[in-house]
Design a binder for this molecule. Structure first.
Ligand SMILES: NC(=O)c1ccc[n+]([C@@H]2O[C@H](COP(=O)([O-])OP(=O)(O)OC[C@H]3O[C@@H](n4cnc5c(N)ncnc54)[C@H](O)[C@@H]3O)[C@@H](O)[C@H]2O)c1
Length: 289
């Protein structure tokens, strides 16, 4: 793809994986609009990346459909188009644990960003992209956790990402069926350990969606603790270069893949075992098996 003439919108692009995607898009010559809820991170990302190309930030809360509508108005009013839409913003649910110990506000917060946020982003931009009649791509960031198989102690997050994968698959089929010049893709971040702000996602949790019963952070719930645990157990703990991961997304997009990210082949044996279990009416193995 020639990225030079393309306008890309990246939600959650101020940090972590989204910032890596913005970095990659800029190095390939795209014009990028970064949409993020976190003011300081947004300014810092735009300042630090602006030497690579044309990038600007628009403060956006994807959990608020009016905020997403304002983002689209801003992009279509300023850039006049959106060719590449990355629905990437996401959060955890505020810590794992037994599924029945999660609170309804854990569900509300996680789904408001991961599911309703992705839905609002697609529902707001896609009709305008279709109306433009030009080629385009929509990429939603899911997770192997839920998108491929659940991690049982992350039941809420896994459920949200299963919804993202299912929704984007439906969108991709319908776009293909209607012969639209736009493709939809799902992105599974991976390739190793991801040292991102997801570990501190609660920094953006709205006060009205706090837990009723606050719980102290469990051991192993910071990135350094998690990494140290893996190392102590002799397990692979290599940290992924997020700029490399961003480039990998564009490479897979250029290759015409539906599933983007470095781990698709690694998931295959697990998916076969899941299919066999499902066909026999058994409980399928989790992402941890
Ligand atoms: N880190 C991982 O291990 C991992 C693995 C698989 C999938 N993912 C997914 O990758 C995506 C990016 O996460 P990350 O790991 O880079 O975390 P991150 O916290 O570093 O980045 C997420 C970005 O989204 C923004 N954001 C949060 N709530 C928002 C909202 N309501 N509106 C707009 N922006 C909002 C944050 O400010 C942040 O800049 C998420 O969808 C996440 O679920 C992460």
């Amino acid at each position: 793809m020639d990225y030079q003439a393309k306008v890309a919108v990246v939600t959650g692009g101020a940090g972590g994986i989204g910032r890596g995607i913005v970095h990659a898009l800029l190095t390939r010559g795209a014009h990028v609009v970064v949409a993020d809820v976190e003011d300081a991170a947004l300014s810092a990302a735009v300042d630090s990346l602006s030497s690579l190309g044309t990038v600007r930030g628009v403060k956006t809360d994807v959990a608020d459909s009016e905020s997403v509508a304002a983002l689209a108005d801003d992009v279509y009013g300023t850039e006049g188009r959106c060719d590449l839409l990355f629905a990437n913003a996401g959060v955890t649910s505020g810590g794992g644990g037994l599924p029945w110990e999660q609170e309804i506000n854990d569900w509300r917060w996680c789904f408001s960003v991961n599911v309703f946020g992705v839905a609002a982003t697609v529902l707001t931009f896609l009709p305008r992209m279709l109306e433009a009649g030009t080629a385009g791509e929509i990429i939603a960031t899911s997770s192997g956790d839920g998108g491929v198989a659940p991690v049982p102690y992350a039941s809420v997050y896994a459920s949200s990402k299963a919804a993202v994968s299912c929704f984007i698959e439906a969108v991709a089929h319908q776009l293909r069926t209607t012969g639209a010049p736009i493709g939809a893709h799902v992105f599974y971040p991976g390739g190793g350990l991801l040292d991102t702000g997801l570990w501190t996602a609660a920094r953006n949790r709205p006060a009205k969606l706090e837990r009723v019963r606050p719980r102290p952070p469990a051991p192993g719930t910071t990135f350094p603790e998690f990494k140290a645990q893996l190392e102590a157990a002799g397990l692979p703990a290599e940290v992924v270069d997020l700029d490399w991961l961003g480039l990998k997304v564009l490479e897979d997009l250029d290759a015409g893949r539906y599933i983007l990210g470095p781990d698709a082949e690694r998931f295959a044996p697990l998916l076969h075992r899941r299919a066999d279990a499902i066909a026999q009416g058994e409980l399928p193995p989790t992402l941890l098996h």
